[in-house]
Ligand binder design. Structure first.
Ligand SMILES: C[S@@+](CC[C@H](N)C(=O)[O-])C[C@H]1O[C@@H](n2cnc3c(N)ncnc32)[C@H](O)[C@@H]1O
Length: 401
């Protein structure tokens, strides 16, 4: 039988200078344990982890520490140590020889003050490591910060048993362009485990039908402006403080013109866990129409821009890219700025017949593509439905109708 305990401030003697000793030296160093090495030969790079190394054959009078690790693989040394144990007080670990060990190393997780050790009682270190790695996956990312907070309170004599920050979590879920089958498996699984889902007008009905928990609309309301980012953050925080798992559905990919990072930062700053699940962006979903964004000989690169800047300003900084040979430009939030775009393009000398596609509701049942050119862009943009992207480039000519 064995007793798992954390031993504090013990000095360790590591005997051996090969690969096995190197691995033990690494573990000791990572755990900030003071140790010396005695080895006849130093084969591995142990000096990176220890500066107290004596190169000599191990002898009885080298034994000053209360914990000894025999990483030599040398039976003579092991025999000598087992003999010494009869007269001296020390705990011995002979690597890979459980029957000679007084203690075993555990597979460890160190997250600040959180220490998790997994032991197979010497039966199989690889099983212990596997279990350790599985545990790692389920640990809340904010565990260190939460422990730090609790420790500070404890030092002030306050025992805080509230675990809300560990239980609650925000998932920023990339919902893709609309077709529910284009959700990733991870996005779907996450939607199913949320307590509440926040969504806006860009999330399709089809995807909302998959949501079984509470749904909260945080988008534009008729005749009113969209909710400000700060208001949405407040709503998210309210749920998180109640210990809820919150899903924030974002169209396309949350980090592509989706203000996803702002939400991530605001919520992380409050000490809550946030996980981002990438989604298929509307920018690249044009492949759904058999329209390639790159194609050998036609387009060898692409760029994605937003025509809309903070404060409702138009962004045309990208316009010179229309001059690039073999390049595709995808513009989001460009429909109502089509006039500015076409005017500027003609001003800088772009051919009026340069191909453009206006693609509305990509991947949805009401998807529509209008193939046009710079000179007719404005008139078509006026008729097109939102949401839509604009695709500029020779690839548009590859689309067959
Ligand atoms: C705030 S941005 C969000 C972009 C999103 N994060 C993405 O990766 O697709 C909104 C713009 O994305 C584009 N968009 C989003 N979904 C779309 C869809 N299904 N069809 C066409 N355009 C779409 C439109 O240009 C819309 O104005």
């Amino acid at each position: 039988m064995s007793l798992p305990i954390l031993i504090k401030n013990q000095k360790v003697l590591l005997i051996g200078g090969g690969k096995v000793a190197l691995q033990k030296a690494k573990v000791l160093k990572e755990n900030k344990i003071e140790f010396r090495v005695v080895a006849k030969e130093i084969l591995a790079n142990i000096s990176e982890f220890c500066d107290d190394i004596i190169v000599k054959e191990f002898e009885e009078n080298d034994l000053k520490e209360s914990i000894v690790i025999d990483a030599t693989g040398n039976e003579e040394i092991t025999k000598k140590l087992l003999e010494l144990k009869k007269t001296k007080n020390f705990l011995l670990n002979v690597v890979d020889k459980p029957k000679f060990c007084d203690f075993y190393f555990m597979a460890l997780i160190n997250r600040g003050d959180l220490k998790i050790g997994v032991s197979s009682n010497g039966a199989s270190p690889s099983v212990a490591q596997f279990i350790r790695d599985e545990i790692k996956k389920i640990l809340p990312e904010n565990i260190e910060e939460v422990l730090k907070e609790k420790k500070e309170l404890r030092q002030k004599g306050i025992i805080d048993k509230n675990l809300t920050k560990l239980k609650s979590k925000l998932f920023l879920i990339g919902a893709g362009p609309g077709d529910a089958e284009l959700l990733t498996i991870k996005a779907l699984k996450t939607i199913k485990k949320c307590d509440v889902i926040l969504y806006d007008h860009l999330i399709s009905e089809e995807i909302l039908e998959l949501v079984e928990c509470e749904k909260v609309y945080v988008g534009k309301e008729k005749g009113k402006h969209s909710k400000k980012q700060e208001e949405i953050n407040e709503i998210i925080l309210d749920y998180l403080k109640k210990g809820k798992v919150v899903g924030r559905l974002k169209s396309g990919d949350p980090f592509i013109f989706g203000r996803g990072y702002e939400e991530l930062e605001a919520i992380t700053k409050e000490g809550f866990n946030v996980e981002l699940i990438p989604g298929i962006s509307s920018a690249t979903a044009i492949s759904h129409l058999n329209l390639p964004i790159t194609s050998r000989g036609v387009s060898k690169s692409f760029s994605v821009h937003s025509a809309h800047l903070r404060g409702n300003r138009v962004n045309l900084d990208w316009i010179e890219e229309l001059k690039k040979e073999n390049h595709t430009v995808v513009v989001l939030m460009g429909l109502s700025r089509a006039g500015h775009i076409a005017k500027k393009a003609l001003e800088i000398g772009i051919d009026e017949n340069y191909p453009v596609a206006i693609i509305s509701n990509i991947t949805r049942k009401n998807q529509k593509i209008i193939k046009t050119d710079i000179k007719n862009l404005v008139q078509h943009a006026k008729k097109a439905e939102k949401p839509a992207i604009l695709v500029f480039g020779r690839v548009v000519d590859l689309k067959k109708f």
